[in-house]
Design a protein. Sequence first.
Length: 232
Amino acid sequence: MVNVPCPLLQEIYQTKRVHDAAGSPVELADEISSAYAEALYRTVLARKPATVLEVGMAYGLSSLAIARGLRDAGGTGKLISIDPGQTNSYKRIGRLNVERAGYGHNHELIEQLDFIALPMLLGRGQKIDLAYIDGWHTFDYCLLDFFYCDKLLNPGGVVAFNDTRFQAVHKVIAFVKTHRHYKEIDVGLPINYRGRNALVTGARWLTGRPIQDRYFEKLEEWEPPWNFYAQF
């Protein structure tokens, strides 16, 4: 059972089901692991962010972990979730779960594509203290998510990446490490190179591509010179 004090989240992980607005069960899919939910909860609880942004919501498991952390950290923090498929693909169950758990008053759902929603947040002057990127996992979309999250993120804030087993996400992390001033931080997740077979596992180990969620702290507000480029 997930070690997050949210009864609904614990029930979902135990039963592997969520429920739609009519109460009908839906088999769980597209969920983050319980270990990643726990890491999110611990990070929110430790850092007490005023505002958290997640790109990708699905059935709301990451949302519940974050929202519970915000409540236990003082109850004043806000969660913003970007998910263009929340209604059409997930029957709005993610938002329903946040409401069912009692966290709806501190939650904003934006049902827009990331390349529309993120510039909108920047344009309204939004600042954030933690970002969890779990959207579309091609290089261009993931890099776009980081690009805007970096502009929204306060110095000292944290950005985290899910699904780092994908080469595109790993490439974006390489960009973060070479083109911005961030440092990777330990949130209690063991380093994991596991692949579908021994060859994949060995290749990940040799190339330094662990697959656990990875967290990075923003050291300062910095952008490189206009003509800067580094191999990544």
